[in-house]
Design a protein around this ligand. Structure first.
Ligand SMILES: Cc1cc2nc3c(=O)[nH]c(=O)nc-3n(C[C@H](O)[C@H](O)[C@H](O)COP(=O)(O)OP(=O)(O)OC[C@H]3O[C@@H](n4cnc5c(N)ncnc54)[C@H](O)[C@@H]3O)c2cc1C
Length: 470
């Protein structure tokens, strides 16, 4: 045990806010990335921190980072621990900087249409605080019941309502953060300025490698006067894709666009069901106008509205995976064990983005690649926009012939294909330890520029080493 570190941390934060208890070290060493889906980075999941530190103020965060620099100890910022890329996993001997006790909603302003919240506020809590003032949070992921404001900003996550309100990064007006050397910085709570670079955007999506977000002012939107929900079925993925592309081409603005083709085997044949779930929100005339045009477009492309209640059920249960994770993992009493058990389900779920004109070609080439490698695709889907394509696949159950490392190679091939076709390997979850090895390929010469920014801000490489920025 690093006794000097523990003594100094306890001196800074108080004994009740520092732990070296084995259970805490195990629980907070990892996030929602399980062994199976970590592939080449699986060894990173064995690392154990030296201590868990719970700061309760921005000054605490600053003091911990200064100490970490002085003692040359890495720091892993930690929100809800629900990231699926291993961005919050520990390095051996690190401090886990757990933001969960910075969980105060500081202010809701109806006039400014904003919420100011500390980084550890869970998204659901922020959404409820806004709802009581007639306002709405624009970021609404599956993980709304479990992810934090700081974690969602740091991964620039995508949620159900991103079609209208954009990803989490778009919700940020102003940030307070602590830079790796302990300096506290604040950006202004206004939607627009005419100079750059944007300090806030150095922190959004960089997975805690360039600073620790401590507070954020987020935009809020009016609770809609009217919400119309639709489920429309198509004969195959391509037909629904064309309908989605046409909606966007004609300026239809859904709040939610979730289009998925599910595939399953029935004896020798493969059955499928392709359904687009749509929500239109706003004042009544607006929602009705967008809905009317969308239905017309879908019907002209062979779509059939589904039975009553299907879209409502989809909307009502949209956070079920997050609620399940809360019950089965975070509230299980053995977070590390429950996480491990979950990863026994051997499937992969990837999220690439490409120019609209290349999506179907990508899907076709990817299908060939997956068929060649005997992977079974269970779902192709679009989230929020036609550019954003996700797919879920499994290993063929052939008596144990394939291994996780085979699947790791298949994953890399599908993601590098997206890069080679002008797209990005990940639009939703960040990079973490899982995809760090593909960053250089994705950014090209830009990688050396971002590494220089990292070195300038974090010369001792304290914050989240070995992840997104190398
Ligand atoms: C069941 C389930 C469903 C999910 N659904 C979605 C979804 O619909 N959409 C989506 O985008 N994601 C989804 N995710 C992934 C995950 O919820 C998101 O990535 C989320 O934004 C992570 O938030 P967190 O608070 O758990 O962050 P963590 O996992 O704790 O951390 C994520 C990254 O941010 C860094 N970090 C955390 N807090 C801070 C801070 N204050 N300052 C700086 N860096 C920080 C960490 O070091 C790490 O790099 C899902 C995950 C699960 C388990």
């Amino acid at each position: 045990m690093n006794t000097g570190l523990i003594r100094d941390l306890t001196g800074l934060l108080g004994a009740g806010n520092v732990s070296t208890d084995q259970k805490h070290l195990n629980d907070y060493a990892g996030d929602a990335l399980g062994d199976y889906r970590a592939f080449g980075a699986v060894h990173r999941l064995d690392a154990r921190p030296a201590a868990i530190a719970w700061p309760t103020s921005t000054n605490d965060v600053s003091r911990v980072l200064k100490l970490a620099n002085r003692l040359d100890v890495p720091v892993a910022p930690y929100g809800g621990g629900t990231g699926v890329m291993g961005a919050a996993v520990s390095s051996d001997g690190c401090i886990v900087l757990n933001l969960q006790r910075m969980d105060r909603v500081c202010r809701v302003s109806r006039r400014d249409m904003t919420i100011r919240a500390q980084a550890g506020v869970v998204l659901d809590t922020a959404a409820k605080a806004l709802r009581s003032e007639g306002l709405l949070l624009g970021h609404d992921p599956w993980s709304r019941p479990i992810a934090t404001v700081g974690g969602a900003l740091s991964t620039n996550g995508v949620g159900y309502t991103a079609a209208k309100y954009g990803p989490m990064g778009d919700q940020a007006l102003g940030l307070e953060a602590v830079l790796p050397d302990g300096e506290i910085v604040r950006t202004r709570d206004v939607p627009k300025r005419s100079y750059g670079p944007s300090l806030a955007h150095l922190l959004i999506g960089t997975e805690g490698t360039l600073g620790v977000i401590t507070e954020a002012t987020l935009r809020a939107f009016p609770q809609p006067e009217r919400r119309i929900l639709r489920a429309i079925e198509f004969s195959d993925f391509e037909a629904g894709f064309e309908a989605v592309v046409t909606m966007y081409a004609e300026g239809v603005q859904p709040t939610m666009l979730d289009y998925g083709e599910e595939l399953w085997r029935d004896g020798e044949s493969v059955e499928s069901d392709a359904t687009v779930y749509l929500a239109f929100e706003g004042f009544a005339e607006e929602a009705e106008a967008h809905d009317g045009r969308a239905v017309k477009i879908c019907e002209s492309m062979g779509g059939h509205p589904s039975g009553e209640g299907e879209a409502e059920n989809f909307w009502r249960t949209r956070h079920a995976p997050g609620e399940r994770y809360l019950r089965q993992v975070l509230q299980s009493g053995d977070v590390a064990g429950a996480r491990r058990a979950r990863s026994e389900y051997r499937m992969e779920y990837l999220h690439v983005a490409l120019p609209v004109s290349r999506v179907l070609e990508y899907r076709r080439r990817c299908q060939e690649l997956l068929r060649e490698r005997r992977a079974i695709v269970r779902e192709w889907s679009l989230w929020a926009r036609p550019e954003m394509l996700s797919f879920l696949f499994l290993e063929e159950d052939d008596g144990g012939g394939q291994t996780s490392s085979d699947m790791g190679e298949v994953v890399d091939r599908t993601l590098t294909l997206a890069q080679d076709m002008g797209g990005t390997m990940e639009y939703c979850h960040g990079v973490g330890v899982k995809l760090a090895h593909l960053m250089e390929r994705e950014l090209g010469a830009g990688m050396s520029a971002v590494r220089r920014i990292k070195r300038a801000l974090d010369p001792n490489n304290i914050l989240n080493p070995g992840k997104q920025l190398g």
